[in-house]
Design a protein around this ligand. Sequence first.
Ligand code: PMP
Length: 397
Amino acid sequence: MFFDKIQAAPADPILGLGEAFKAENRPEKVNLGIGIYKNAQGATPIPRAVKVAETRLLAEENSKNYLSIDGVAAYNAATQILLFGNNHEIIANKRAKTAQSLGGTGALRIAAEFIKRQTNAQTVWISNPTWPNHNAIFKAVGMEIRDYRYYDKNTHDLDWDGLIADLSQAKQGDVVLLHGCCHNPTGIDPTPEQWDTLAKMSAEKGWLPLFDFAYQGFANGLEEDAYGLRAFLKSNPELLISSSYSKNFGLYNERVGAFTLVAQNEEIANRAFSQVKTIIRTLYSNPASHGAATVAMILQDNDLKEDWTKELAEMRGRIKEMRQKFVETLKACGATQDFDFIVKQNGMFSFSGLSPEQVDKLRDEFAIYAVRSGRINVAGITEDNIQYLCESIVKVL
Ligand code: PMP
């Protein structure tokens, strides 16, 4: 027998929560777990531009022939413009190569395989805390993982001194994984000055930076959110980027992401990218078309792009508004602690400061679901549930 001795794997801490929420019968239930955007009605909508593009695609599509290994070319080109900005020197000099991937997760896995097989890097530095899959993906390819301090529990802010102290130990040739914006799970991003410092440090020390960019447009805007990445591009000739369009295009289940490699020049980029294509060929051969074709159509059409940008701003605005209301309602419900830090965080997530025991109590007694680290999805808060949510939180504090 081959299978009878296999040990059961633990449930994924975040996806498992979704399953538990589905099975929850209490009608007052509130889901602040998995990171998906929700509108004021608590629904996860398909952006208007996506619907229009999909309808057009369906009408125009005349073949289901395979894509190339690296996917939809127009999509890859549009991805580079979102990342670097229009007319960037990297695009003009063809120093970057992009491959469409199966979501941000797929891009990270390609990055991990590429680093492991094609570079001398042995160690990857990952923020503590981080999205749990970061550790799992690099462990899966057999890399050594070191973590760097990120979050100061007392100030509810970036632990800048701890971060610098830990990353000072990162050696030349080490990979440093950075969250492009909207750090998951803390919602805390470096300031522009801190990004500049990190970029300089990276160039001086000779790290290979890997940017995970899963929430572009959710902090302050598409261009604003690329500040950190673009600061690094100024001084670091080589860099890797994982993009995800799951959140900003609402294309979660279409699995739309991209892996981008920036090299010193076009010749090196092409050579390195040929190895990336070999990796993809043995993983899944070539990607699916629909989601990427949808994104490409939107980004190439001025009207659709404008409408998408507008809707993204609406999503961002709603989250910011809910942060404010959440803090106000907690106060109104009698919370004596200061929760003002929640307003300053970026993106969907907030590290609320709730302990694992308090999170358990919220679930058991009030049918409110959050990640045990205290991470809550602010987009899960609506006008309908905010009062109940805040009253319940105050009861477990
Ligand atoms: N990186 C981070 C930081 C994320 O939060 C997520 C999604 N939760 C991803 C990558 C993966 O995104 P995708 O769903 O596109 O694979």
